[in-house]
Design a protein around this ligand. Sequence first.
Ligand code: URA
Length: 470
Amino acid sequence: MMHVVLAHETDFAGWRTAARSLAPAGVQPQDVVWSVREGADLLAVPAPPPVGAASFSVPRALLELAETAVQARDPERFALLYTLLFRVHAGERHLLDQATDPTVHRVSGLARSVRRDTDKMRAFLRFREVVEPEGTRHVGWFEPEHYILEANAPFFVRRFATMLWSILTPYRSAHWDGETLSFGPGADRTQVPDDDALEAYWRAYYRSIFNPARLKVAAMTSEMPRKYWKNLPEAAAIPTLIRTAQQRTAAMVEQTPMPSRPPRKSAPLPVPEGQPAGLAAIAQEAARCRRCPLWERATQTVFGEGARDAAMMLVGEQPGDQEDLAGRPFVGPAGQLLDRALQEAGIDRTRLYVTNAVKHFKFEPRGKRRIHQKPDSGEIAACKFWLDQELAEVSPRLTVLLGASAARAVLGRAVTIWRERGRAIPLSANATAFVTVHPSFLLRLPDEAAKRHEYAAFVRDLREAARLAG
Ligand code: URA
């Protein structure tokens, strides 16, 4: 039996060195015991590989999967990963494509769970200010499900490069002094100050964007799970907001003058001094958005644009290649088709507000091209933060949802387009949604007859939308 003792819980380098040495030596997975050194420290040097056989090259996909799954809080992760690597080395080169293989399935599940945890950390970590002799330090407390701090610390360095900050978790802490990133032991919640100006800001901000008429507790708790609430300053307001939602909705409806258009619902955002109010301020804030990792590759945030008092809002999926470069929604091929259809339906685009469910371009580089990738539900949920503010500011009578991603974002559930398209779906007392296809769907249709048929149906949908928007 071989014993490999790794330096710490996320010692990927140690695991890789040992595994690359063990597999060519023919050491069977069941003959290796993997463990982490007691009282492990990040600076500790990993154990040397137990046998000195020649190493071999490991497929990139397996290394990437291993790098993520190694962060999972599962004591068997090192052994599972070694099993995969051993089998790939033994000749199963396409093992990772076999999604139903029990080990592949289990490791992929771990990686997925780590990615979810990562998204939550990036979205829900909140800093509080602590004044120190060398300046103000921002201290954040987070309780991750997995060992994700080390892999995520560089993300926070990039995002908050000019701040001094510390992120404390129960198993380890990370510290940035403006130049160097270091790690220390875990901490506990009491080491983070309770209240400060930032906390008050987050609470006021959350209250201002909370729309009681759109309250869906299940959707809300799936996007912002309850376990994170205790560390989110703004979440302190949630129970009261939920409790009083009915009253507040009734009050809102009572205040609605009929039959003319209702006044704006939301209280104004607490805008930092010296910044423009309303959509412009939100767009400025969104330009620095780091709520999900999509910003890292995209050129810029593509925020919505159009009439501030539009009766109809169009929501697409996400900017495409050309929108990403131009910084404006729907200006590429799908946008041109949309423009043509709007014109045919007698709708003036300048009277609309046009935006996307996700504000950064998600793509896969392929040679010189950037191939569009569908945003996942985590990215849509993270970006809903901005869409909600656009909806609250513009307060459109009708929100046209172009395709499944937009429908998921606004309705908070998976939507089958052909089943729900073309009819009014109530959102609140004075707001309605309307589902239709995404213009890219028309561009992708292979034959001309189908294209013509679907285009005509799309124009019909837009006409009906215009009628509903009045
Ligand atoms: N597709 C979208 O969904 N939005 C755009 O802005 C462009 C293409």
